[in-house]
Design a protein. Structure first.
Length: 132
């Protein structure tokens, strides 16, 4: 529901669906849905251009996946991280007339993630501007 609402632009309804899902997961101790709910919350934060919340939500998804030894959920989250960083970088060097992340914003987010991820877990790329 949250994904569909976000895709049609109803961000408030998407957020409400995510919050209801998180409440239900906590109430019924159904933690298996939590990694996906945190990924959905990251998608919502992407829609709002809130890179800090995107990183926070994705890291929570990874942590919960690891706690439950849910390799497929962890992999799905790392794929989300990869796509998000790639998209953020492309936006930062793309059409400057659109609201986008700067290369500095993307690099700061990568450094935030890198500080919280063990080196063996994921090879986070270093982005360079075209002027380097």
């Amino acid at each position: 529901v949250a994904s569909a609402k976000r895709q049609v632009g109803d961000l408030a309804a998407s957020e409400e669906a995510i919050l209801r899902g998180l409440e239900a997961a906590n109430t019924f101790e159904d933690n298996f849905a939590l990694p996906e709910l945190w990924r959905q919350k990251a998608h919502l934060a992407e829609s709002r251009k809130d890179r800090d919340q995107v990183a926070e939500c994705l890291l929570k998804s990874v942590a919960i996946s690891r706690d439950h030894q849910a390799l497929s959920d962890e992999l799905a989250t790392w794929l989300h991280v990869h796509r998000w960083l790639k998209q953020s970088y492309l936006q930062s060097v793309g059409d400057s007339s659109h609201t986008s992340y700067s290369i500095e914003d993307v690099q700061k987010t990568i450094e935030t993630l890198r500080a919280q991820i063990e080196a063996a877990d994921f090879d986070v790329p270093v982005l360079k501007s075209s002027s380097d």
